[in-house]
Design a protein around this ligand. Structure first.
Ligand code: SF4
Ligand code: SF4
Ligand code: SF4
Length: 849
């Protein structure tokens, strides 16, 4: 290449182009052309440069080695001039230079260049000028950067706190969504409930993206100036954060609080990247600025205006902690580590029960609540090596407060309930054989209660005892009930003899009609009992037992599991209703079920898994984790046996607490409640008839008598319902401003008195006849029981206990009504007075005679 061509090239492509042609000619004349192969080191940092290098073609890379860090390399293209300043200032090379490809390098040896500098002072002057200009530029950049940092500093999020913890499918999905959002620069809306660290998720997206070196600023939208000057700047004045931010990321936290007047600005920014600085009133709208910033927003839900026209590139939902229970263990461990690390403490472990307790809680405050809970537990544990259940005392939903799991407190109880004894050995070893004997005695033995032990057992033992048992052990009778054992036997035998698929339950139909069916049966049974004096007619009592057994057998032969018990049995309906008052409940911990279980064998049944035994699943198709009502559980403990995760609990609780927490009222059950209320009066019809001057107990001597008797019975049955309805009318009348709860809900307030009234009625029989068991047993088999020991309460004692029962249950009814209604006492006064009135009437007919 000729000198002239070299000069031309130097002028066109290098920073030396500023020098005069003479000087360039002199430099060009000294140039030595040197081809250098790829991957060769040209210069070593910190050594004196040996020549001025001008890259004619090919690519170079320069870098400086910094201990313990990756070198940051800069690629150099043709036209780059190396060591101009170093040769002039006689300083060593600052960086190592390598060839990235085969290169042609023009070199001017150091000595030759030094001679040129002496000969042409223009070289020094030009380089000094260039250096001064560079310095000015750097100073300007520095000033800008300082101002930028000052403006952005209060909003900067310098680093991300933590990643998404856990391996549940929700956590995995969230991570995927965030990774996807980090892959481009489209706007993002991260939404979810409070306490989910959504700003942290937004920061994760920023720091996971290629913009991670750019600043990330967070603005809480509720603190924005109404005219948006802090964000958008002011026309002709203050620079806004968006201007300072450049191509960084803007995190608008709680976008739902963004000033309404500025929403069009926000939408324009999202759609086009343009925004207008705030201008004063009367001033024309300012020229639009363009922002290269990436926008990430957080909110509790998707705002409709953002969900339109693809205004937001990525919508990311952060799932609440209650659906990610599988992550609670990892999240808790993380918080424990974090807390202990920051305070230099030894890390404790967490007890499985404590973890189960955490998993059983719904965390309305989400991660923030869990974090503070862990912090509190660590303080309370006082350096213990294991965090136990007690230190997480605040955890517990309202419906699960004040519960004591009897299975943990009494491991032997757990052992017994999981053993074959409960209820199979009781059922198949005793009840199955005793029941036919009882029925046979009723059908073929002496017919009066004082001579038939089976009749005595049924009326004087079973009735008072089962009524007393309800508040203590709820519906436990249904676990050992003979009717159903025969149902089960029928089902098993018939399947063996005639293998077939049993009919599935039609739940909606059963829910709709089952309750009315059992109510109807109960009405008929009560009328039958009254009209035909079942209490003192053994064969009819036997028929009643056979009737219910037949129902259980027929429905068990047709349908799978225990449809009869769940929906149709009249005794089951009564048991289920009174079981609501019980002080025990069987429930499973939802947290464990959703976090650890995939088999649901408590419900479905299945083979042995871990400590879960092989069972056929819940016989009444209830899932213990979803139980809200004792009515739906017959306490058979199948689920306790089947569960491999120790999720099932048998809790001691405030009696009847479901009635003011999780309960759902049903009309048929309220009708059943008033039917049993009325039954107390019906049982005392002879006494009532005597007061009203009617003939005493009417026997079905003639049709006319039966009709009269039936009509009177129905009227008597309706008395409590009529009083309660009237009282509710008055409650409604006097609470015009605040709507009272519906009658079907408030009616459950009477439940303790219904139980108390029935118990008071049967107490007399129990206390005066149950103690005659020895002579009556002998009389059953034709022996004289005269002189045999008897235990009979004095009438005064009976009356006292009946009175106490009525007073106590009436008071409990008033208390329960208050709990259910959650209204001032005065507003419910009519219902309370109705309770007192019905209790007084019962007193009259039960105690007063
Ligand atoms: S619902 Fe009826 S048949 Fe079933 S177990 Fe209870 S009392 Fe027995
Ligand atoms: S088997 Fe146990 S853990 Fe699984 S759903 Fe049933 S109660 Fe819950
Ligand atoms: S929930 Fe459990 S105890 Fe209750 S009926 Fe079902 S299997 Fe039996």
């Amino acid at each position: 290449m000729q000198i002239a061509e070299r000069v031309q090239w130097l002028q066109a492509h290098t920073p030396l182009g500023e020098l005069s042609a003479d000087v360039l000619e002199a430099i060009a004349s000294q140039i030595e052309v040197e081809p250098v192969a790829e991957n060769r080191r040209l210069v070593l940092e910190d050594t004196p440069p040996t020549a001025l290098y001008i890259l004619k073609s090919g690519r170079l890379e320069r870098y400086r080695t910094i201990p313990d860090r990756l070198a940051s390399a800069v690629s150099l293209l043709p036209g780059s001039v190396l060591h101009l300043k170093q040769l002039l200032l006689e300083r060593p090379a600052e960086e190592t230079v390598m060839t990235l490809s085969d290169c042609e390098i023009w070199t001017v040896p150091a000595a030759a260049f030094a001679a040129l500098v002496v000969q042409y002072p223009e070289i020094s002057q030009t380089v000094s000028r260039q250096m001064a200009a560079e310095l000015d530029q750097m100073a300007a950049q520095l000033t800008f950067e300082q101002e930028r940092q000052t403006a952005l500093r209060p909003y900067l999020m310098p680093k991300v706190q933590r990643g998404i913890i856990g391996s549940s499918r929700y956590a995995t999905r969230l991570r995927q969504d965030m990774r996807k959002a980090a892959g481009d620069r489209r706007s993002v809306l991260v939404f979810g409930e409070p306490g989910l660290n959504k700003d942290n998720a937004a920061a994760l997206i920023h720091f996971g993206s290629r913009d991670r070196k750019q600043p990330l600023i967070k603005l809480n939208c509720e603190t924005l100036q109404p005219n948006g000057a802090d964000l958008f700047g002011r026309a002709g004045g203050k620079v806004g954060l968006l201007d300072w931010l450049g191509s960084g990321t803007l995190l608008l936290n709680n976008i739902q609080d963004f000033p309404k007047a500025l929403k069009p600005q926000l939408i324009r920014l999202l759609e086009t990247g343009d925004y207008g600085p705030a201008s004063r009133e009367g001033e024309p709208e300012a020229t639009l600025h363009h922002s290269d910033a990436r926008i990430i927003m957080t909110s509790e839900k998707v705002l409709p205006e953002l969900d339109r026209k693809n205004r937001v590139g990525h919508l990311i939902k952060v799932p609440p902690l209650r659906v990610r229970k599988a992550d609670i263990a990892a999240q808790t461990t993380y918080y424990i580590n974090l807390y202990c690390k920051s305070r230099g403490l030894t890390r404790p472990t967490i007890a499985p029960e404590a973890l189960r307790r955490l998993q059983g809680y719904d965390f309305p405050g989400n991660l923030a609540e869990l974090e503070s809970l862990v912090g509190r537990a660590l303080i309370q544990s006082n350096g213990a090596s294991v965090l136990t259940e007690e230190v997480f005392w605040a955890v517990g939903s309202k419906a699960r407060r004040f519960r004591l799991n009897l299975l943990n407190t009494y491991p032997r109880l757990r052992q017994f309930l999981r053993s074959p004894w409960w209820p199979d050995r009781i059922n198949y070893g005793l009840t199955l054989w005793a029941f036919p004997l009882v029925v046979a005695l009723l059908l073929f033995g002496p017919q009066s209660r004082d001579r038939n032990i089976a009749l005595n057992l049924f009326w004087a033992w079973w009735w008072p005892l089962i009524l007393i048992a309800f508040p203590f052990v709820g519906r436990s009778w249904c676990a050992v009930c003979p009717f159903m054992i025969y149902g089960e036997v029928t089902q098993k035998l018939s399947l063996k003899l005639f293998p077939r698929q049993l009919l599935p339950w039609s739940r909606p139909e059963a829910e709709k009609w089952g309750g009315w069916f059992l109510f109807g049966l109960f009405v008929l049974i009560l009328l039958w009992e009254e009209l035909w004096n079942l209490e003192d007619t053994a064969y009819l009592s036997g028929c009643l037992l056979l009737l219910i057994t037949a129902g259980a057998m027929i429905f068990s032969a047709l349908f799978e599991r225990r449809l009869w018990c769940r929906y149709l049995c009249p005794i089951g309906g009564m048991n289920g209703m009174f079981a609501k008052l019980s002080m025990i409940e069987l429930r499973a911990q939802q947290g464990i079920c959703s976090a650890s279980c995939t088999t649901y064998q408590c419900y479905k049944g299945g083979s042995q898994k871990g400590e879960g035994m092989e069972t056929g699943g819940c016989p009444v198709y209830s899932h213990p984790a979803q139980l809200q009502d004792n009515r739906d559980c017959v306490l058979c403990m199948t689920c306790l046996k089947a569960c491999p995760h120790r999720s099932v609990e048998l809790n001691l609780r405030p009696p009847g607490s479901e009635l003011w927490t999780t309960h759902t009222a049903t009309v048929y059950e309220v009708c059943l409640l008033f039917l049993l209320f009325g039954a107390v009066f019906l049982h005392r019809l002879p006494e009532i008839s005597a007061v009203l001057g009617m003939p005493s107990r009417l026997q079905p001597a003639g049709l006319q008598n039966v009709w009269n008797h039936s009509a009177v019975s129905v009227l008597v049955l309706l008395v409590p319902a009529a009083i309660a309805l009237l009282a509710h009318r008055l409650v409604k009348l006097q609470s015009r401003s605040t709507k009272p709860k519906p009658f079907v809900e408030l009616a459950y307030g009477y439940l303790p008195l219904v139980l108390g009234g029935n118990l008071a009625h049967f107490l007399r029989m129990g206390l005066t006849e149950a103690g005659r068991v020895v002579p009556v047993s002998l009389a059953t088999f034709g022996y004289s029981g005269v002189g045999m020991p008897v235990a009979i309460a004095h009438p005064a004692v009976v009356a006292f206990l009946q009175a106490v029962t009525l007073i106590a249950t009436a008071a409990l009814s008033i208390f329960l009504t208050q709990k259910i209604a959650r209204q001032p006492f005065g507003k419910l006064l009519p219902q309370h007075l109705a309770t007192v009135a019905i209790a007084s009437l019962m007193w009259q007919v039960i105690v007063g005679f």
